[in-house]
Design a binder for this molecule. Structure first.
Ligand SMILES: [Zn+2]
Length: 77
């Protein structure tokens, strides 16, 4: 009977521990939800055409921000 009690306690500890780890994982990964919350990301204007795009989707070159590779290279489309 004591073995059964220990077994149940171990199962409860594993269950509780996994819940704690999954909660910590959610808290330490705020970037995973960046696609669903575009408002949280900084919008920057393209130095060439003025289009506003999220910082992660544009290109930063020679201290200027561009909406795409073509504008970063100084080409038209
Ligand atoms: Zn542009």
């Amino acid at each position: 009977m004591l073995k059964l009690l220990v077994f149940v306690l171990v199962l409860a500890a594993i269950f509780w521990g996994r819940r704690l780890i999954s909660q910590m994982g959610k808290a330490s990964r705020p970037r995973a939800s960046s696609k669903q919350a575009p408002n949280a990301e900084r919008m920057l204007a393209c130095h060439r055409c003025g289009l506003h795009v999220p910082e992660s989707e544009g290109v930063t070159q020679r201290e200027h921000f561009y909406c795409c590779d073509a504008h970063a290279r100084g080409q038209d489309d």
